[in-house]
Design a protein around this ligand. Structure first.
Ligand SMILES: [Zn+2]
Length: 142
């Protein structure tokens, strides 16, 4: 293993390190579990995840899930850290609150549209059968 110089110059090993190993100044081995998710050319992706989760927690999370779920878990980690970086106060909860508010507004709008539609249907029926009420009354003998 070659150690990078303090000036940040890259050796051949260093140049191929993933963003996580590069950030931690470690040798990136061929079986590095983070290399797949943190390519060297996207260091910001790792920095956000590192700030909000830490490397040991990220490793614990991806080792704790089934291999087929690791991509989804890493997507979740990266999305949560990016959202938290953009909105340190609200984070994901802030987005959930905004979406719940939008959903409530859309349900209200849907309710109004359905009510208006029912009104139009009733008007259409009365225009098609203007004497329907009178005919019903005649049958009953009134
Ligand atoms: Zn690595």
């Amino acid at each position: 293993m070659t150690i990078p110089s303090s000036s940040g110059q890259s050796s051949s090993t260093w140049a191929h390190a993933c963003a996580a190993c590069k950030h931690q100044r470690r040798k990136c081995k061929s079986d590095c579990p983070l290399a797949r998710y943190f390519p060297a050319d996207q260091p910001d992706r790792f920095v956000n995840a590192y700030r909000h989760f830490g490397v040991s927690n990220i490793l614990r999370i991806i080792r704790g899930v089934r291999p087929e779920d690791r991509d989804a878990a890493m997507n979740s980690i990266m999305m949560e850290s990016n959202i938290r970086a953009r909105d340190p106060v609200g984070g994901c909860y802030g987005i959930i609150c905004k979406l719940e508010l939008q959903l409530r507004d859309l349900y209200d709008e849907l309710y109004d549209v359905k009510r208006e539609l029912a009104l139009y249907h009733a008007q259409e029926q009365s225009m098609l059968n203007p004497n329907a009420d009178d005919a019903a009354l005649d049958k009953e003998g009134y």
